[in-house]
Write a protein that binds this ligand. Sequence first.
Ligand code: ADP
Ligand code: ASP
Ligand code: MG
Length: 450
Amino acid sequence: MHTGLNVAKFGGTSVANYQAISNCARIVVGNANTKVVVVSAAAGVTNFLVLLANTALTSEQIAEIIDNIRKIEYAILNELKKPSEVEDKLFALLDELESYARHEEINFRDDLKDSLLSMGERMSSLLVSAVIREQGHNAINFDVRKVLRTDNRYTEATPDIEVIGQLSQQLLRPELDDAIVVTQGFVGADESGKTTTLGRGGSDFTAALLAEALGAETCEIWTDVIGVYTTDPRITDKARPLPELSFEEAAEMATFGAKVLHPATMEPALRQNIKVFVGSSKEPEKGGTWIVRDCEHEPAFRAITRRKDLVLVTVKTPKMMYAQGFLARVFDIIAKHKLSVDLITTSEIAVSFTLDNPPNSISEKMNKDTLLELSSICEVKVERDFDAVTVVGNNMHSAAGVSSKIFAAVADFNLRMICFGANVHNLSFVVDNHASEDVVKVLHAALFEE
Ligand code: ADP
Ligand code: ASP
Ligand code: MG
């Protein structure tokens, strides 16, 4: 245990330009416990890289997209006091980026895609370390691939906690004695050293994983909002920041769509009891949300989240009533394809469940294979364009009047599925994607605006 150690993570908007990075650098040097800094790609860059990775483009189109990326990086480079210190490295990274983007198999090979997708973080970590040095502190750019071991499920790799722990102690810990270590979020490497990524938004997860590996006491997630809110402040301006949250509530919110935290972020925090702070790098003085094991208050309603792009799958066999092993076989197939099912309802002859289906994700591909295999044992119906709206809170199963309050609020909406989660922290609805925003607003008004 490194007493007091803090890992600070800065998201895309926090490192979008020189001014924003300067704010981050001030936050870093303002806390002597912050020895590890995890950065995302500058805002917009990963989206451009995803476009390059997944779209068949002409040479001119590729050039145009790379030019957009170059402009973002150069704008930062050119404001450095001594750009010459890092410019050769940045140019080399941009050349490397271009070589992946122009690889003839880029659209077909996930390993190449990951090498390309990692470039945003590799460039921003170089630039952020330079800005911290400008403020008079020793900072190094550390290649996270040396320690962040994952499997080889490219584009959505799973970290190997044990190996990450060992490698971090061996290779990262010694660096903390002399310098602030700036490293890449989102990126990892498999056993053979090939670059992997953790899935979109994965930098939060990286920060938590490194905090765990180094025995840190706290992990700060610096972003563009002053904490975790009662709901996405982009959906309603009535949303308000929460001073505290429990690990379980935060995990539930992240799993059910609160983009402010990657869904896996709370796993390492929970395992090692690491306090997680969420705040705005633009307005650090405004404070933020502390996510901790034990909260002072455990209100019935804490927040409302929305998760988009779900597919609703109904499997049905008239023989189900008699076929005892049916459900087991359905879930075997799902597990084999490593898909996770969050919401599920069953009746005597049918089971409905939702699958995550973000565009361009590995799940999209897995879903196809899974559905094909399922249709060999039963009737399968697939419906798209659904979102899940989830109320996160405490003791929702047992507290009197809790569910009736929720149901009264959404009485006018067509709810396709209603599920209490496997634990006491959530109640979810599957609704048409056009209605989900209104469902959130109506629920927010009923539960938080009285
Ligand atoms: P970063 O690039 O820093 O990782 P993200 O865009 O991934 O930032 O996450 C921050 C965004 O998450 C906010 O701008 C906000 O719109 C969205 N968000 C969704 N749900 C919530 C919530 N409950 N509280 C705060 N922000 C939320
Ligand atoms: N840059 C990656 C993304 O945009 C990871 C992250 O920002 O967390 O998804
Ligand atoms: Mg994020």
